[in-house]
Design a protein. Structure first.
Length: 305
């Protein structure tokens, strides 16, 4: 299960024994507003939910020592994330439900991390916080605590790609940029040092994976969207492209990965550093609506650093 409805979650919370396995995680986070996610959580959250912060719990400190290069939200090591999950009571037997109020753009980061590390019992709340409130379901302000436990994970992150490898493979991969169209074009850039997108990237805002109600589109509609983006061959005899999911800092890109899973498609590679890493490294940048050409190779045919 990768997605759970508010009705299903409410029924699980009504089960008297739910605290044994169920761990609901509030991941609300706001760009350029550090700490406001915790403020929102304290003002009201799903009963029994704990809070995990994108900046401090689901990311390593920025720097080149973790996967993500120069990006804003590098991945912790699997050992680090396993330790943090264990501290807050998420273990091998836990069924984890993550939610946010941003179209699963942050909640999917926790889903992707746990799923990639081998923990299959993790889901994103379809429609998130807004759908929970719209259903008239209860909220709480009490911060729960759970006994520490152990989460067993893989020793290394799978399904990722870093800048140098991506630069060398740009001609042969389908790179989907999940940021809003205005950031893709370079009309605005609120946080990264340059405006625009990675050359050859296709604009694929994550909001396009959702309906007007904020819930994920049905699998058939998601498949149609990804086919239009080039992720599904037009003819059965054509090769299936390797898809790389990117965004600003490798967070919203996880929502694209979740949508592809819901559509029954192969998991994409995740460029964790995404545009924040690419732009900070001084790589070539394209602007406007077109994907742009593959950058020229560096000295002696080497890809850009």
């Amino acid at each position: 299960m990768s997605l759970i409805s508010v009705g299903d979650l409410a029924r699980r919370l009504d089960d008297p024994g739910h605290e044994v396995r169920l761990r609901v995680v509030d991941t609300r986070w706001y760009l350029l507003r550090p700490g406001d996610g915790r403020v929102a959580y304290d003002a009201g959250h799903i009963p029994g939910a704990i809070f995990l912060d994108l900046d401090t719990d689901l990311s390593a400190p920025p720097g080149p020592d973790h996967i993500g290069g120069l990006g804003r939200h590098p991945l912790p090591t699997p050992a680090e994330i396993a330790a943090r999950m264990g501290e807050v009571g998420i273990g091998d037997d836990s069924f984890v439900v993550a939610y946010d109020d941003a179209g699963a753009g942050v909640a999917a980061r926790l889903w992707w991390m746990l799923d990639a590390l081998g923990h299959r019992e993790v889901a994103v709340l379809d429609g998130g916080w807004q759908t929970w409130l719209a259903a008239g379901l209860p909220t709480a302000t009490v911060t729960p605590t759970y006994p520490p436990t152990t989460l067993t994970t893989r020793a290394a992150w799978p399904r990722t790609i870093e800048r140098r490898d991506l630069a060398a493979r740009l001609p042969s991969v389908l790179l989907l940029d999940g940021r809003a169209a205005e950031r893709y074009r370079g009309d605005v850039e609120p946080i990264d040092p340059a405006a625009g997108h990675i050359p050859t990237a296709i604009s694929a805002p994550i909001g396009g994976n959702l309906g007007l109600d904020g819930r994920f589109l049905p699998p058939t509609e998601l498949r149609r969207r990804f086919q239009a983006l080039g992720a599904i061959p037009a003819r059965p005899s054509d090769p299936t492209p390797t898809v790389v999911s990117a965004c600003g800092s490798g967070t919203n890109a996880c929502q694209t990965a979740l949508a592809m899973r819901l559509a029954g498609l192969p998991d994409p590679l995740l460029y964790i550093g995404s545009f924040s890493d690419w732009s900070r490294a001084g790589q070539p940048i394209a602007t406007e609506d077109e994907p742009g050409a593959v950058p020229a190779a560096g000295p002696a045919g080497a890809p850009p650093a």
